[in-house]
Design a protein around this ligand. Structure first.
Ligand SMILES: NC(=O)C1=CN([C@@H]2O[C@H](COP(=O)(O)OP(=O)(O)OC[C@H]3O[C@@H](n4cnc5c(N)ncnc54)[C@H](O)[C@@H]3O)[C@@H](O)[C@H]2O)C=CC1
Ligand SMILES: O=C(O)CCC(=O)C(=O)O
Length: 527
């Protein structure tokens, strides 16, 4: 019989499902060493946010087939390590949507009516009605940043309470926002106009400290900020200073830069600051939902069936999967790359299968390309199962074209073109002899480079000295270049330069690159 280890408190409904097919051991509060010691015995691991599943634990799990996260965020699982070891990682993308949305709404109303402090004052035997004059949310403007599942539900309820709605989400279609009664605006407009600002996006390089001193300075003195998304989206020191100085009226945080929060100046603030210990998903209903959702997937995988919300492996039969896996990896990498080059809101993705690939089942490659395209926006919430529907909801049209006559690479090549509000970009890639992914053209310029974690691309005039200038510029910012390649169609015409760098490009350097004479455009991507 299979063995499942449950290492965080999980609702009994989940344990009951797992018990149908496996021996279930519930062992919580294990130290990393204890977990490494016992994990070799188990076929599946079920967790919440309390267990950190590191590479060491994954490597020790010689029999592990699946890791199930009863919740949305898999930030506490080393997903690449699990993927390398062929372990499926599943989550529950929707089980706690309502709980998290309601928590954000509760925070908004609590801030408006000072409920936590008023309650504490009564419990301290006071009857103070003057200190707790509140504000109504009716007819006020709510700015929703991140109009995905949770943000959409918040918007729907807020609208019913008579609030006006602004939304900022660079990856959502205007039609979708309008259906929810939201006016899509730039972030600056939202920050300046909203009375309440609620955050519902993943934590990414772009969203880290999105709400910093500069953003807070743009807000009205009466504005209130709510973060029930991820710690670190709000710069806590800047928030403390803004609240202390009365620059904004209030803030409510459920999530923190480090959890538990520990010593923080935020703890010293008064009724303008509400803090909860990451309770967004903590409702009886959500815990039943996520436990059932994830337990069913673990049960299915242990029975040899596909999982419906796999974060890292599609629900294809093992044979097909084995054959297609390298090409899906190619499609996902190119999708991620073209999405970042195009930036802005993508309206159309053209997936062009060339050579031998043109004779293949294209669907898994299209799904993988969409997963890559959406991964900057949705992180672990996009998977092979939901990529198509997520793209559809964002108004991204997908076109597939095939050309079997192009025989540039054995095995074929794949070209992705993304058209968005900021223009069109295309990338082509192939698997070279050793099965390694190579980017073989950017915007029609031939190149041949393997993708790197951090890259810089420029479109420039092919003229003497330009490569040296970019090299010196990066050197002056202590950016180490791992490799560099130039692709051009004609001598002294336009060209692209592709640089692989060892670390993320420091802030402001991209602007400096664009100022170099001859550079028409520059982009940086993280894959
Ligand atoms: N406090 C808690 O206990 C819980 C927190 N969460 C967190 O809530 C957040 C939202 O979750 P869902 O709505 O389920 O995710 P979702 O994936 O449905 O929606 C996220 C939205 O953020 C948008 N987005 C991405 N980058 C953005 C950017 N730079 N600016 C503005 N919008 C951006 C995406 O386009 C997407 O529409 C996540 O961070 C999740 O981890 C989720 C459940 C419970
Ligand atoms: O398990 C929890 O309570 C955390 C929920 C959460 O943040 C998530 O699902 O992403």
């Amino acid at each position: 019989m299979s063995k499942v280890l449950v290492s965080d408190p999980i609702d009994q409904a989940g344990i009951d499902i797992l018990s149908q097919v496996a021996q279930v051991d519930v062992k919580t509060n294990l130290s990393p060493e204890e977990l490494i010691g016992i994990i070799p015995d188990y076929d599946a691991l079920m967790i919440r946010s309390g267990t950190r599943v590191t590479q060491e634990i994954i490597e020790a799990g010689k029999q592990l087939k699946i890791i199930g996260r009863a919740g949305v965020g898999v930030d506490n699982v080393d997903v690449p390590a699990a993927t390398r070891q062929g372990i499926v990682v599943v989550n529950s993308p929707e089980g706690n949507t309502i709980a998290a949305a309601e928590h954000a709404l509760a925070m908004m109303l609590s801030l408006s009516r000072h409920i936590p402090d008023a309650n504490q004052s009564v419990k301290n035997h006071q009857w103070d009605r003057k200190s707790f004059i509140g504000a109504e949310v009716y007819k006020k403007t709510l700015g929703v940043v991140g109009l995905g599942k949770i943000g959409s539900h918040v918007a729907t309820v807020a609208r019913a309470m008579g609030m006006k709605l602004l939304a900022y989400d660079p990856f959502i279609s205007i039609e979708r926002a309008e259906q929810l009664g939201c006016r899509i605006v730039e972030l600056d407009v939202l920050l300046r106009e909203a009375d309440y600002i609620t955050l519902h996006m993943p934590k990414t390089a772009e969203t880290t400290h999105l709400i910093n001193a500069e953003a807070l300075a743009k807000m009205k003195p009466t504005a209130r900020v709510i973060n029930c998304a991820r710690g670190g989206i709000v710069d806590e020191q800047a928030l403390y200073e803004a609240l202390k100085a009365g620059q904004i009226a209030g803030a409510a945080l459920d999530v923190f830069e480090s959890e538990p929060i520990g010593e923080s100046p935020l703890l010293s603030l008064g009724k303008e600051m509400i803090l909860t210990p990451h309770l967004g998903a903590s409702t009886a209903e959500a815990q039943v939902n996520v436990a059932i959702d994830v337990a069913e997937q673990i049960r299915d995988v242990l029975l040899g069936l596909p999982a419906r919300s796999a974060v890292n492996i599609p629900g294809l039969s093992p044979n097909v999967l084995e054959e297609l896996r390298p090409y899906m990896q190619l499609a996902e990498t190119l999708g991620n790359l073209v999405g970042q080059l195009a930036g802005g809101r993508i309206e159309m993705l053209n997936v062009r299968l060339q050579g031998e690939l043109a004779t293949n089942n294209s669907q898994p490659l299209v799904v993988a390309a969409l997963k890559g395209l959406l991964s900057q926006a949705l992180r672990e919430r996009v998977n092979y199962v939901n990529a198509t529907i997520e793209a559809k909801e964002r108004g991204i049209r997908v076109i597939e074209t095939r050309d079997a006559s192009i025989r540039d690479y054995s095995g074929g090549s794949l070209q992705l073109s993304a058209i968005g509000t900021l223009g069109e970009h295309s990338v082509t890639g192939a698997l070279l002899g050793d099965g390694e992914i190579h980017i073989t053209s950017i915007d029609g310029f031939p190149i041949n480079v393997p993708p790197n974690r951090y890259m810089v691309f420029t479109l420039h005039r092919d003229m003497p000295g330009i490569i040296g200038k970019i090299g010196s510029l990066l050197g002056s910012f202590n950016v180490n270049i791992a490799s560099m390649q130039v692709g051009r169609k004609i001598v002294r015409g336009d060209a692209v330069m592709v640089l692989s760098i060892d670390d993320p490009l420091p802030e402001g350097v991209l602007d400096e690159i664009t100022k170099v004479p001859g550079i028409r455009d520059a982009y940086t991507v993280a894959l």
